[in-house]
Design a protein around this ligand. Structure first.
Ligand SMILES: [Zn+2]
Length: 256
């Protein structure tokens, strides 16, 4: 497991990225029980398993905020509660609760992490091209601002592991959607046309541009710079074919 030094070295934060090589050998491919995998995060972070919260991830642009309204004991069932309340699913979690690990699992899509050291708010986002088109990054920052008094200029962000701009071929549908979303800017720096008529999508560049537009300073955008497709330590849907949640990469952030 690796950490994101940009966060961990400067703030009362612990981050981690877990890949294929970190999956315990006792986990079987078709195993849907995440508890064995959670055990390794629990040991790494020294937290109880019931303080680990995953986004349910439906490629939506929905954000869920977890705040002090939730007494500690109810965190045990929080996933069920959220699923009931948010039938459409949610791909982003914002919280001001310390010692609650928020995480996403991915296999090429881009996880983004946020932390506002002034208001002490953290967030995690699962962004594929659909989430980007839906505005999940903007909506996450908006929830941080509207519900937790965060300011984008105080917020630090990290782009975790994800497929790079040379490995991610997309078609016209993605081009149309993202070009429209970034209409005021030229999309050519993150959507390059290939000789076969398709495009290379650099999802990290598209995300970084959105963060800058939202007022996050470029020096507060850290890129871990690992391509999941090229690096076999990490799960890649494009390289490996279908993956189950349990066999994917996990990125998490917890405030102390
Ligand atoms: Zn790549």
């Amino acid at each position: 497991m690796i950490s994101i030094p940009f966060f961990d070295d400067h703030y009362p934060i612990k981050t981690f990225i877990s890949g294929i090589k970190d999956i315990p050998s006792s986990i079987k491919e078709n195993d849907r029980d995440m508890s064995l995998r959670d055990q390794s995060f629990k040991d790494f972070l020294n937290i109880p398993v019931n303080r680990i919260i995953y986004a349910d991830q439906t490629h939506s642009a929905n954000v869920f905020a977890i705040s002090g309204d939730y007494p500690e004991g109810r965190l045990l069932n929080i996933n069920e509660e959220l699923t009931v309340k948010h039938k459409g699913g949610y791909d982003s979690i914002v919280t001001d609760l310390p010692n609650v690990l928020i995480c996403v699992h991915t296999a090429d899509c881009l996880p983004l992490l946020f932390y506002d050291p002034v208001e002490k708010v953290s967030a995690i986002v699962h962004a594929g091209w659909r989430g980007l088109c839906g505005g999940i990054i903007t909506d996450t920052i908006k929830v941080m601002e509207d519900h937790f008094n965060s300011k984008a200029e105080n917020t630090v962000s990290a782009l975790s592991i994800g497929i790079c701009g040379s490995c991610y071929e997309v078609g016209d549908d993605v081009y149309e959607c993202l070009a429209k979303r970034h209409l005021s800017n030229d999309p050519k720096d993150f959507l390059r046309k290939r000789p076969n008529g398709k495009y290379d999508l650099d999802i990290k560049k598209a995300a970084a541009r959105e963060l800058k537009n939202l007022g996050i300073s470029p020096e507060n955008i850290y890129d871990i710079n690992i391509c999941t497709y090229e690096n076999k330590d990490y799960a890649s849907y494009r390289r490996d074919g279908k993956t189950t949640a349990i066999s994917q990469n996990v990125t998490g952030i917890i405030m102390r």
